[in-house]
Design a protein around this ligand. Structure first.
Ligand code: ATP
Length: 340
C-alpha cells in the first residue's frame, strides 16, 4: 500500500483534508498518508517542517497538498524550486447542470511551465517612479512542459496550442515558442499551432470547445487556469497536479492539490466545496497506479454534481460533510477497483 505525504494547510484546508480522509477510508485506504503540518503557524514556529516535508516528498514521491497562506515565502514556490517541479497540469472540464455563463462543453487541459516567467524575481524599485523585474524563460522546463502537453494530447484529442506574446516578448516568449515547435516535430500525430495569448483569451471565451491541450509560460498559465475555472463555474471545482520530470520527461514526483486557495471568507463554516480536493486525490490515486479507482472518483464527482448534490458555491444546499457523504454513498454502492 503506497504511503504518500499529506501537507496540511490553512483556511479551508482542515475541512478539505477531513473530506479526503473520509473518502480514502471508504475506498478501503488504497494509500496511506504521512501528515506534515504546513500551516502558517507551523512553518513560522517550527521552520524545520519545511525540510521535513521536502525530504518526505523526495522519499515517497507523491503528496496531497492543501491550500496554504503565503506570508513571506510562497509554499508553492518553495515546492517548485526545491523539488524541481517543472510542469503544472490543470484539467478543466464543465459539469453538467452547473450554472455558468457558457453553456457548451468544456474539456481542456492547461499545461503551465511551473517556473520562470515574471514570477522568479520580485523586482525592485528604481527611485520613486519606476520599478523593474526580470523575466526568465529556460529551455529545460519548457521542454518538459511541451513533452508533457504532447503526450497528454496523444491520449486526448491530439491538438496542442502553445500560447504566449512572442511578437512583443521576442526574446523570452520567442524562446518558449521555438522550444515547443522543436518538441512538436517529435509528435507528428499531434496537431500544433501557436496563438497569441491575448487573442486566445477572447477565442477561449467564445468557443472553449475548440481547445484541447494548451501549453504556456508560468504567469500566463496562472491567469488562464483561473479564467477557465470561471467558465466552468467555481474555483472549488478545480484540481492541479505539479510534476518533477526525469530527463526522458517521465513524472518522478507528483504533488496534487485543489486549485482554489485558503478561502478565508468561508473557512471554518463547513461549506467549502471539496470537489476540487477530491479530483486532486483522484489524480494522486492514478499517479500511484490506481488508475481505475481514480477514474471512478472523478466520474462519481461528476455524477453527484449532475444529480444536484451540490455545495453552496454551486447553488446547492449541501455542506462539505453532506457532499462528502453523498459521494461516499455513491462509491460504496459500486464494486471496489484496484491498483496495478
Ligand atoms: P488565497 O490567498 O489563499 O488564494 P483567496 O481568497 O485570494 O485566498 P481563494 O481562496 O481561491 O482566493 O478564494 C477565491 C474565492 O473562491 C473565494 O470567494 C472563496 O470562498 C472561493 N473558493 C475557493 N475555494 C473554494 C471551495 N473549495 N469551495 C467554495 N468556494 C471556494
Amino acid at each position: 500500500m503506497p504511503e504518500v505525504v499529506e501537507l496540511l494547510g490553512d483556511g479551508i484546508a482542515a475541512e478539505l483534508r477531513e473530506a479526503v480522509r473520509a473518502l480514502n477510508e471508504t475506498l478501503g485506504s488504497p494509500v496511506t498518508f504521512r501528515a506534515v503540518d504546513w500551516s502558517l503557524e507551523a512553518r513560522e514556529t517550527r521552520p524545520s517542517v519545511i525540510d521535513e516535508a521536502l525530504e518526505a516528498i523526495r522519499a515517497l514521491g507523491a503528496a496531497m497538498k492543501y491550500p496554504t497562506v503565503t506570508k513571506t515565502v510562497s509554499p508553492n514556490q518553495l515546492l517548485r524550486e526545491r523539488l524541481d517541479l517543472s510542469v503544472i497540469h490543470r484539467p478543466c472540464r464543465s459539469y453538467p447542470g452547473v450554472s455558468r455563463n457558457y453553456t457548451g462543453v468544456i474539456d481542456l487541459h492547461v499545461v503551465r511551465v511551473a517556473t520562470g516567467g515574471t514570477y522568479e524575481d520580485a523586482g525592485r524599485r528604481i527611485g520613486h517612479h519606476s520599478a523593474v523585474a526580470i523575466r526568465v524563460i529556460e529551455r529545460a522546463p519548457v521542454e518538459h512542459a511541451a513533452h508533457f502537453a504532447f503526450r497528454l494530447a496523444e491520449r486526448h484529442r491530439r491538438r496542442v496550442v502553445s500560447t504566449s506574446k512572442w511578437t512583443i516578448q521576442v526574446a523570452t516568449d520567442g524562446l518558449f515558442e521555438e522550444v515547443v515547435a522543436e518538441v512538436a516535430r517529435e509528435y507528428r500525430n499531434v496537431e500544433h499551432r501557436a496563438e497569441l495569448f491575448d487573442a486566445l483569451l477572447a477565442k477561449l471565451i467564445i468557443a472553449p470547445e475548440r481547445y484541447d491541450v494548451i501549453v504556456t509560460p508560468n504567469e500566463y498559465g496562472d491567469f488562464l487556469s483561473d479564467m477557465v475555472y470561471g467558465l466552468v463555474g467555481s474555483v472549488g471545482l478545480g484540481a492541479s497536479a505539479s510534476y518533477a520530470l526525469s530527463p526522458s520527461h517521465q513524472p518522478l514526483i507528483g504533488i496534487f492539490d485543489p486549485a482554489g486557495g485558503t478561502a478565508p471568507d468561508i473557512a471554518g463554516k463547513g461549506i467549502a466545496n471539496p470537489a476540487g480536493a477530491f479530483e486532486a486525490y483522484a489524480y494522486l490515486l492514478q499517479f500511484c497506479g490506481f488508475d481505475d479507482l481514480g477514474r471512478r472518483v472523478v466520474e462519481s464527482i461528476r455524477d453527484a454534481i449532475a444529480a444536484g448534490e451540490r455545495t453552496p458555491d454551486l447553488g446547492g444546499d449541501l455542506d462539505t460533510r453532506g457532499f462528502t457523504e453523498a459521494l461516499v454513498r455513491r462509491l460504496a454502492a459500486q464494486s471496489s477497483g484496484g491498483g496495478r
